[in-house]
Write a protein that binds this ligand. Structure first.
Ligand code: FEO
Length: 411
């Protein structure tokens, strides 16, 4: 049995909680699961907005039965085709064969590619409307938030936006679905991690989408993951977070991410962190990249404006765990960071040069010359690490903007 959740008049939640999957997209840890949100508008016509992951088809169809009884579904609005939201589609169509599928030209292409579906697809364009009787849906194309076919659907009368992945979070909905029914504290960090890991590459499309939605009155945000946002302060907060993250703006704090085989490179990281703290930086997060999952490292890097990366030289390259981070940050188009770097080697050092190339590519502002140790830290390299820590602290605590490709001399 299922107790239907009515979000506002005639709008029902029919999503599911996944507490079994370990890795989202087979990549990103889900220690507290994830929800796949789907919604029904029960007007003169019935519209379903997105479906759920295929593994949850059974419970999803049962929820639909509870909300709809014998009523058919007239429209399935497909805001996003990624299989965590379209996976149940073919089973849904077995049960409700007359549903008209509503998407855009790129949705239609993906419907054919993923599910061999070509019939009964209504293609809509940006700004087009669809009446359900008492309520009217307006479709807004928001490509690359998170895939090229992504769109958002707005209910003109209730000022509700179905936002796809935007404003979503990891974490299941443990009882409450709407923010007014739950304590949202847990979800704020998980929203940053979700954004950084899943949508982070697409800062510019997110900015375009925010501009497009800028004139809409929004009273309810229904994302495909995490809580439904209805409290005015939460709506302002989630939109503000997306605006900030998609501009690659960040808070005053420092991430030191490093690899270290025998602890020598790590001693540099410790010295830098301790000196940054002594100079007033309170938010310092250190990640041993052989242990921390990349998902949390990337989350913290999206959160803070100071970044220092350290790597031993390994097979004449970066240490593999560091290489993995560097590749990921390049893929995410990370911008706008104060950057420092350090390395270690035992006979021939290349890691520092490679981190310097990375910094150039990313157009970071480089703080101090890099510190490189041969075999182990000595008084000279310790002093250089202290200089990096104190100068990075000054940068982070200042209100200076990052100047791309500038190097700050640390004399
Ligand atoms: Fe939740 Fe991009 O799918």
């Amino acid at each position: 049995m299922y107790n239907p959740v009515e979000i506002n008049k005639d709008l029902f939640y029919v999503g599911v909680n996944d507490r079994s999957t370990h890795l989202f997209e087979n990549l990103w840890p889900l220690p507290k699961g994830v929800s796949y949100n789907s919604y029904v508008i029960r007007d003169e016509k019935v519209a379903l907005i997105d479906t759920v992951d295929i593994s949850f088809t059974d419970v999803f169809l049962k929820k639909l039965e509870v909300v709809l009884g014998d009523r058919p579904i007239d429209y399935l609005i497909i805001n996003h085709m990624e299989p965590d939201h379209s996976g149940a589609l073919t089973f849904l169509l077995n049960k409700y064969p007359n549903i008209q599928l509503v998407g855009n030209a790129r949705t239609a292409d993906m419907l054919e590619g993923f599910y061999n579906i070509t019939n009964n697809v209504l293609r809509v364009k940006d700004g087009e409307e669809l009446s359900l009787g008492n309520s009217t849906l307006t479709f807004y194309m928001t490509p690359m938030v998170h895939w090229p076919e992504t769109m958002m659907t707005y209910v003109n009368e209730s000022h509700t936006i179905f936002a796809g992945d935007a404003f979503g979070t990891f974490g299941t909905l443990d009882g409450g679905v709407v923010d007014s029914q739950l304590n949202p504290d847990f979800y704020w960090d998980e929203m940053v991690r979700y954004y950084a890991n899943i949508v982070g590459k697409y800062g510019s499309p997110v900015q375009k989408a925010l501009r497009k939605l800028g004139d809409l009155k929004i009273e309810t945000i229904c994302s495909t993951h995490g809580p439904v946002w209805t409290e005015p302060e939460n709506i302002e907060r989630v939109i503000g977070m997306y605006d900030k993250m998609s501009k690659y703006e960040a808070d005053k704090g420092l991430v030191i991410a490093y690899g270290s085989m025998y602890g020598n490179t790590e001693q540099l990281a410790e010295a830098i962190a301790s000196e940054a703290a002594a100079n007033g930086v309170k938010n310092i997060v250190m990640h041993n990249l052989s242990k921390s999952h990349l998902s949390y490292v990337v989350q913290d890097i999206f959160k803070y404006k100071g970044l220092i990366i350290g790597s031993p030289t390994y097979d004449s390259k970066l240490y593999p765990a560091v290489q993995n981070l560097v590749n990921t940050l390049e893929n995410k188009n990370l911008k706008n960071r104060f950057f420092g770097y350090f390395g270690g080697h035992s006979w021939a050092g290349t890691s520092v040069r490679l981190l310097g190339k990375f910094a150039d590519t990313m157009q970071f502002e480089i703080v101090c010359n890099p510190v490189d140790i041969k075999q182990s830290i000595n008084e000279d390299t310790y002093q250089q690490a202290m200089l990096l820590g104190s100068n990075m602290a000054k940068k982070i605590l200042s209100d200076d903007e990052v100047v791309p490709n500038k190097t700050t001399d640390c004399k």
